[in-house]
Design a protein around this ligand. Structure first.
Ligand SMILES: C[S@@+](CC[C@H](N)C(=O)[O-])C[C@H]1O[C@@H](n2cnc3c(N)ncnc32)[C@H](O)[C@@H]1O
Length: 251
């Protein structure tokens, strides 16, 4: 396990404005990063009075409808995929993973509770505070003892090098503006031998010819991007509509 056992208990949160800042003594953070905690979420502090916020993603305004839309429309209509099969595939992939330090890029409303064991240390990141607040509740309900949520962009993570054993990115890579920057970040924060597990829609599986938001990459392109960043790329054999599942191991 990459995180020290008491990495979470060492987070120091004080009272008051300046005092709300959790200092960079938290051993997970990059040097110079200060964090403010607000209503259960961690924000990157720009100074004593402001935190880093991101251009709202569609999901932020519709966070209360997000799960409903995914289940009722996106999975069956856009992806031509089955949501319970999706969770089964990921549960199988993560079966037997306990006590690891897991980072998720673009946590959304916390779908990882459907496939990740609750005895892992979980760090969720997303640009949408609205969705992260939902995730916070879902992780609590699912019995995760150590889960933290950071309002942060996948291409500029506040974490130090070599922290995480596993990095997840589910149904989100197509939304990132600079995918190579994201891969550099994943490489930076994963331990050597760490695993990146990803699923996303790919054009060659999009048999319904749906309009899918963001930038789509082919399976070959994804393999090349992984190799460029020193990951050993392995596609998973599972078929689920437009979705492609792969793992990439950091060399
Ligand atoms: C379709 S949702 C997927 C959420 C979740 N992983 C799931 O499977 O339900 C896409 C997510 O990407 C997030 N997102 C978009 N751009 C991002 C960025 N640059 N960094 C982090 N998260 C981002 C959105 O806020 C949203 O939660």
């Amino acid at each position: 396990m990459a995180c020290e056992p008491d990495a979470f208990s060492r987070l120091r949160s004080c009272e008051g404005t300046a005092q709300k800042i959790i200092t960079q003594e938290e051993n997970m953070l990059r040097t110079g990063i200060l964090i403010t905690k607000k209503k259960g979420l961690h924000y990157i502090a720009e100074n004593e009075n402001s935190v880093k916020l991101f251009k709202p993603w569609l999901g932020d305004s519709f966070s209360f409808l997000y799960d409903f839309i995914m289940k009722g429309s996106i999975f069956p209509q856009k992806f031509g995929a089955d949501m319970s099969k999706h969770y089964k595939i990921l549960s199988h992939e993560l079966k037997g993973i306990h006590g690891k330090c897991v980072l998720e890029l673009a946590t959304g409303s916390g779908s990882a509770v459907n496939f990740l064991e609750n005895d892992n240390q979980y760090i969720g990141t997303d640009i949408s505070p609205g969705l992260l607040r939902k995730a916070l509740k879902n992780f609590k309900t699912a019995g995760f003892k150590e889960a933290r949520f950071y309002v942060a962009s996948a291409d500029d993570l506040p974490f130090d090098i070599n922290i995480f054993d596993i990095c997840l990115c589910i149904l989100s890579l197509n939304f990132f503006n600079n995918v190579r920057k994201v891969f550099q970040e994943i490489k930076r924060v994963l331990v050597p031998g760490g695993i990146f597990i990803c699923t996303l829609p790919v054009p060659e599986r999009n048999s319904l010819q749906s309009t899918i938001r963001g930038t789509l990459y082919s399976e070959d392109e994804l393999g090349k991007i992984c190799q460029e960043h020193d990951f050993e790329f392995e596609s998973m054999p599972d078929k689920n509509g437009a979705l492609f599942y792969f793992r990439a191991i950091l060399q």
